[in-house]
Write a protein that binds this ligand. Sequence first.
Ligand SMILES: [Ca+2]
Ligand SMILES: [Ca+2]
Ligand SMILES: [Ca+2]
Length: 671
Amino acid sequence: MSALLMCVALLALATPRLSAQHWEPCTDLRPLDILAEVVPSNGAAGGIRMVQAQGTWGFQLSAAAPHIMSFPASRMFSRCDLFPEEFSIVITLKVPNLPPKRNEYLLALVAEEKDALLLGLRYSAAQVHFLFLSEDLAGPWQTRVSFRSPGLMDSQWHTLVLAVSQESFSLAVDCGLPVDIMADVPFPPALSVQGARFFVGSRRRAKGLFTGLVRQLVLLPGSDATQKLCPSTNAQLAELSIPRALQGPPGKPDDKDNEVLKYPYETGMKVTLGSRPPCSKAEDAQFWFDAAQRGLYLCVGTEWVSVLAAKAKLDYVEEHQRLHTNSETLGIEVFGIPGVGLFAATANRKARSAIYKWTDGKFVSYQNIATHQAQSWRHFTIGKKIFLAVANFGPNERGQEFSVIYKWSPRKLKFTLYQRIATHSARDWEAFKVDGEHFLVVANHREGDNHNIDSVIYKWNPGSQLFEANQSIATSGAYDWEFFTVGPYSFLAVANTFNGTSTQVQSHLYIWLVGSFQLFQSFPTFGAADWEVFRIGERIFLAVANSHSYDVAMQVQNNSYVLSSVIYELNITAQTFVKFQDIPTCSALDWEFFSVGEDHFLVVANSFDGNTFSVNSIIYRWQGYEGFVAVHSLPTYGCRDWEAFDTTAGSYLIYSSAKEPLARVLRLRTV
Ligand SMILES: [Ca+2]
Ligand SMILES: [Ca+2]
Ligand SMILES: [Ca+2]
């Protein structure tokens, strides 16, 4: 729910109100820097640490005892004892990922004698809660106003402005559109702070300590600070007032003196599970601003309706070019060469593969390269060098098996042979960079009849200018490698197809730890042919294409080609990929993700249904809650590989056929 919940049963009785006319400010009507009150002006002390994250300094408080981080309210409320009826609180913070049920306090105002929470601000994985005590004839009530999905847990700095005025509560994140909540209970017009203390990063107790970083915590009596702060060119770090120790370069502490400078925060994953809030009667007519997609939505009835004119939308797909290929085409790689143009390399089954150049709106033959049952091409660069690696499935005329790396010659304007690497029925190359070093990994499918062999990761040696074997990973009929990063972490997924008796084998995801890839998670797959990683907003997905369910030990039916392919989503809290959606496919060999305007799509290569290679491949559109929904059905024949690409003239898809020497370029028509 975009807005908030009133989580506490509230009295229907009218709350007795003191006349607001008697209100006089008990404090200065200027920003009151609460954080500066509790931290020494020279920085760290008493368990308070200064930590830099993403180049910005903040305080880590959780090692300090709560009373260190507190001060009497009378220090700010010098003229009288009443908390302002209208005010805003500005806080700049960077929060860690919290487990689901954990709450951490950012600020509390506690009446010490009664240990009563007069006012509190805390957050959990999914919500920010503002709490306050109000009194009526029936006694004191604690009211909680909850803002859902503020999107704080992406390991970034954020600045929140909570503005309170009577029964109106609003929360703005990074100067975005505020979420407004009208509560049944107004903030009390005369909340006494006599004998109360402010606690920063706690509620006076050890429980619920704030474990993140805080850079700014300011109370602005009498007005809404968004007017002063926003718009801002640096909205995530918009400043009303920050403690002197955090200001500017002179405050930079000596690295050697600070044991936390190997920031634990920098290793936090850079993702969040921010998602569309529910839209029900409670949110009717409320707005939701999706910061990641820059979309503004209005809750109408039970649906979020976009209220901004959307960018281009996919209307239909039309055939743009029939590309006759040297022979059946297993894989297509589209890439650009700066200053030269856009190219497509086709991996062709017979003796020659081809490179095409986009010329006058069409792919035109550019260069032929001798290959041996080529399966796929991979383009990559190292510095200014441009490479193209081919995975050869078959041996050459002399029975030797190797795959080949070609290098672009800027003088000849052609790709020329650069390095041969011995491979075993190679299916795929993946190129990637970890810690500034370049790697290539090959999918070795089988050696003779043995599918349980090693696939090999090669590392670029800048001295010899060659790739050298670096790590071997046991694979079973390896078909595809996919590399991706999540925050500071590097991952490599392999699609294992067949272990010699069954296609029901585990495909594995590896993580780079201290210099090598180690197993991170295993997935049950069925003749897995492709992994595709993609991001939607802050969410990270991994889709597997399952091609065949087959087991020697079981009588297998023809329909074993019609089976589910699975989309997984990374759950940051659990640090694991969990199943997001099953999609029925017909011997799926490839997934390709692409975006048009603000819409996201997946297209699957369906190749075979058990009887025929004439099957439809399907384009799915991302529809938020509903996941991916089929929107276009494209007749294909032995469809093997999809690629999406853009030119100045528009967006296109190209797909290859493993069963006929014809690839097709499709134009995405938009409205
Ligand atoms: Ca791949
Ligand atoms: Ca793919
Ligand atoms: Ca593809």
